[in-house]
Design a protein around this ligand. Structure first.
Ligand SMILES: [Zn+2]
Ligand SMILES: [Zn+2]
Length: 150
């Protein structure tokens, strides 16, 4: 699903939830952001639109937006987690280790890996989370290749 207010609203309604002012503020904060946003960054930005917003509501909203497929989680170092709008129905992220840019990609043929994992573990594999790291076109072509080692 795309990150569109009416689509999100419909997906929430299917779960008996409404796109409240608070949820809308969270949605708008992520949509307007130039890069992936941590819950605290979302909280700060969304409170400009909705001053009474609480951090717990931000976390719950991010969770429900993730569940309906409107968001992608981006894992950082440690327990640092941030979010970007999801584009395609099924996609993953590649994160630039130079500038931190996050881009979605959809080509993921995991059959070889999931078959091997199922064989090795005896699990029936039902889903996967995939995140790649690299250098974006802007960072990869620079001579000095500044790395932000975090
Ligand atoms: Zn980059
Ligand atoms: Zn995939």
């Amino acid at each position: 699903m795309s990150f569109d207010a009416s689509e999100v609203s419909a997906a929430l309604a299917a779960r008996g939830l409404r796109l409240t002012r608070q949820r809308r503020a969270v949605l708008d904060a992520i949509a307007a952001a130039p890069c992936s946003q941590s819950p605290l960054q979302v909280y700060d930005a969304a409170r400009e639109q909705c001053p009474e917003l609480g951090l717990t509501t931000v976390y719950r909203t991010l969770e429900v937006l993730d569940e309906i497929g409107a968001l992608r989680r981006v894992h950082g170092d440690g327990h640092c987690e941030s979010f970007v709008p999801a584009g395609a129905e099924h996609g993953h992220t590649v994160v630039c280790s130079g500038c931190g840019r996050v881009t979605e990609f959809t080509a993921c043929d995991m059959r070889g890996i999931t078959d091997a994992a199922a064989l090795e573990t005896g699990y029936r594999i039902t889903d996967h989370f995939l995140q790649l790291t690299g250098l974006c076109a802007g960072c990869g072509t620079r001579d000095d290749q500044p790395r932000r080692d975090r």
